[in-house]
Design a protein around this ligand. Structure first.
Ligand code: COS
Length: 377
């Protein structure tokens, strides 16, 4: 597939693979058991520019765009999907700032992410996941401030974030048009982080509630216009679902690579299982999924870089690739059989890591709602 990439993109891919092989995969198992983010390695990745690939040069990033970022997300996920998600979640929180923020907000938030600080996108609530419009967190204007109260849940990077993008209702009766977005800095009185979720997979990424109890935020921390927060969230997800797909591809490809290697060495009935058509067909199907996924991701990335974002295509990529990753991980466990079910082998972790990609950044059912919405409008 390399031939569709420019030499610059191939170089980025190669360097990211090298970093993943040398720095991420070797620590993956230990940190998966701990269920924590290896902050030191994250900082090393930031120092090498991997957290700021898609941040414009004027704000201190590399300005390399969506394609380069997707390549890094895939390669890092081949090392460890949770680590890749940690970086992409900072990008997810930065995206609405870059889309709608003031010059000062863009400068502040970019500087945090470029220098290795993390950020968190806070939309989901205990009773508002897929139905994002029904959030209950509210922001009441008082003089020159907003006072924010509410609870966000399943927030990636919450324990480490330097800033939070919080979606809250500024008008409880205006539906989606009553939602606004705020840039909330860590350390403000009333803001706290709940218990760290003990997750099934992507355990190198940390997830927790964000609790806001009368948090006073200066009015210039409103992001974009009042009442446009829901639109901003949707515009953000229209772009970032691609990064989610790219990380899922890392899992799908890793499952295939490990399966090919194992099939050539595992002997049954006197010969390697790679000689059995039952195994060959599984490997071929796994590769069909990887190559189809990659084509889809490259197409979506090219469109974003050409300033022609297509939310439907990014939803297709997110749904297809996450399902491909899940199926490839399941097939890898099947090929490894009993060994695949053992924690000693990496494939069981791939299976645990893959599942969340069908759930977060909009469940795959929601992606289908979005796709059908485009078809029927
Ligand atoms: N870009 C810009 N605006 C959009 C948009 C998009 N992609 N999608 C919807 N909107 C706008 C609509 O145009 C409409 O605006 P107006 O009020 O100005 O007409 C408004 O948003 C409401 O749209 P709609 O009625 O379609 O909203 P719904 O409440 O029906 O929700 C879905 C639509 C289900 C698509 C949305 O709630 C969603 O994406 N949910 C999943 C959220 C999610 O991904 N959560 C994961 C957590 S973040 S990691």
């Amino acid at each position: 597939m390399g031939h569709v990439l420019s030499d610059d993109m191939l170089d980025i891919q190669k360097m990211a693979r090298k970093f993943a092989d040398a720095k991420i995969r070797p620590i993956s198992k230990e940190w998966d058991l701990k269920g924590e983010t290896p902050v030191k390695i994250y900082q090393e990745a930031a120092d090498l520019g991997y957290t700021s690939i898609d941040i414009p040069e004027e704000f201190g990033g590399a300005g390399l765009g969506a394609m380069a970022n997707a390549l890094v997300a895939e390669e890092f996920a081949r090392g460890d999907a949770g680590f890749s998600v940690t970086i992409q979640s900072s990008n997810l929180a930065l995206k609405p700032v870059l889309l709608a923020g003031t010059e000062e907000q863009k400068r502040f938030a970019s500087e945090v992410v470029v220098s290795g600080g993390m950020a968190a996108f806070c939309l989901t609530e205990p009773n508002a996941g897929s139905d994002a419009a029904s959030i209950k967190t509210k922001a009441v204007k008082q003089g020159g401030e907003y006072v924010i109260t509410g609870r966000k849940c399943f927030i990636t990077n919450a324990p480490h974030a330097q800033f939070y993008i919080v979606f809250a209702k500024t008008d409880m009766d205006a539906g989606t048009r009553g939602i606004s977005a705020f840039l909330v800095e860590r350390g403000l009185p009333g803001l706290s982080v709940g218990k760290h979720e003990d997750k099934m997979g992507i355990r190198l990424s940390t997830t927790a509630d964000v609790i806001l109890e009368d948090v006073h935020v200066p009015e210039d921390h409103l992001l974009g216009k009042e009442g446009r927060g829901f639109h901003l969230a949707m515009q953000t997800l229209d772009r970032t679902r691609l990064d989610c797909a790219a990380a899922a591809l890392g899992i799908a490809q890793r499952a295939l690579d490990l399966s090919v290697e194992y099939a050539k060495t595992r002997v049954t009935f006197g010969k390697p299982i790679a000689g059995l058509q039952a195994i060959q067909f599984m490997l071929a199907d796994m590769d069909i999924r990887c190559q189809t996924a990659r084509s889809l991701i490259y197409q979506c990335a090219q469109m974003i870089d050409a300033d022609s974002v297509d939310g439907k295509m990014n939803s297709i990529a997110k749904a297809y690739v996450s399902e491909a990753a899940m199926q490839n991980a399941l097939d890898a466990v099947q090929i490894f059989s009993g060994y695949g079910y053992s924690r000693e082998y990496e494939v069981e972790k791939l299976m645990r890591d893959a599942k969340i990609f069908m759930i977060f950044e909009g469940t795959n059912q929601i992606q289908r709602v979005v796709i059908a919405g485009h078809l029927l409008k």
